[in-house]
Design a protein around this ligand. Structure first.
Ligand code: CP
Length: 304
């Protein structure tokens, strides 16, 4: 049987991405249907989440499915030493789709190899976050009218930020120019820069974050410095407030600029940005519902 898991966005072709955007658009216009009636969606969150878990669960409910799962692994038998493999095999007895967030890179790939039930990667360590990428792509498409030839500025924690890693890979089809803005400690890892070179993706690296640097941005993708990824908390303290986007920095930016952030934010976007029409991060999170309805249908082979 074909396994339709969504483990990495790299598995999506350009045609598939555009198809999924059309699906998301359909669900934005028609959020409620019974396409998943009788199905069970399991949400296994081994790491904290607000948006990803709740939007997947809302998507499942809006599609007529029922939801089982956990948000706190301490309340499960994994806290007694049950392996991930055994947990996945058990949940496969109960559910038609498994949405999983895990702190280990590669956990979603591993899970997809031990079950025939589709796995949706809801974030695996610092590796990938493909459903976030689908909602990011949908948000970029909605705000720019295209995914082609855009200047995309990724700001903050580019080392551990799985959302930026996934977005970078997805955009390979659309001739982007990336600007990586990060302190030395949080630079884009070499493997992703090599990926850009192999895929012919242009990129420029910066350490400064100011009005001049972002003047040509179409998309400004802010990220949080993730305390939970640091083994040395002194290093976290050194870099945690390194970049803060303030409203006055947006005065000379392009009219089409939109500010995205996967959220949660801590203090990398000042609150005075929230009322700027270029701020799009809360609408972006709402788009997650429609993108995830599309993903839940797609992993079961359901077409509109
Ligand atoms: N963007 C995102 O993954 O948010 P949560 O951690 O709240 O799910």
């Amino acid at each position: 049987m074909e396994n339709r898991s969504l483990v990495t966005i790299a598995d999506y072709s350009k045609e598939k991405i555009l198809y999924m955007i059309e699906m998301a658009r359909h669900f934005e216009a028609n959020p409620n249907s019974k396409l998943l009636e009788g199905k069970i969606v399991a949400t296994l969150f081994f790491e904290p989440s607000t948006r990803t878990r709740l939007s997947f669960e809302t998507a499942a409910n809006r599609l007529g499915a029922r939801v089982i799962g956990f948000a706190d692994p301490k309340a499960t038998s994994s806290s007694k030493g049950e392996t991930l493999k055994d947990t996945i095999i058990m949940v496969s007895n109960y559910a038609d789709i498994i949405v999983m967030r895990h702190y280990l890179e590669g956990a979603a790939r591993y899970a997809s190899e031990v079950t025939a039930v589709p796995i949706v990667n809801a974030g695996d360590g610092a590796n990938q976050h493909p459903s976030q990428t689908m909602l990011d792509l949908y948000s970029i498409y909605k705000t720019q009218g295209t995914l082609e030839h855009l200047n995309i500025y990724l700001v903050g924690d580019l080392k551990y930020g799985r959302t930026v890693h996934s977005l970078l890979m997805a955009m390979r089809h659309f001739d982007p120019t990336f600007h990586f803005i990060a302190p030395d400690e949080l630079k884009m890892p070499e493997e992703y820069k090599i990926y850009c070179q192999q895929q012919g993706i242009r990129y420029v690296e910066h350490t400064a974050f100011n009005e001049e640097v972002i003047a040509d941005a179409d998309i400004l993708y802010m990220t949080r410095v993730q305390r939970e990824r640091f083994t040395d908390l002194r290093e976290y303290e050194r870099v945690k407030n390194v970049y803060v986007l303030r409203n006055r920095m947006l005065e000379q930016t392009r009219p089409n600029l939109r500010i995205l952030h996967p959220l949660p934010r801590v203090n990398e976007i000042a609150y005075d940005v929230d009322d700027n029409p270029k701020a799009y991060y809360f609408q972006q999170a709402q788009n997650g519902l429609y993108a995830r309805e599309a993903i839940l249908c797609d992993v079961l082979g359901i077409k509109i």
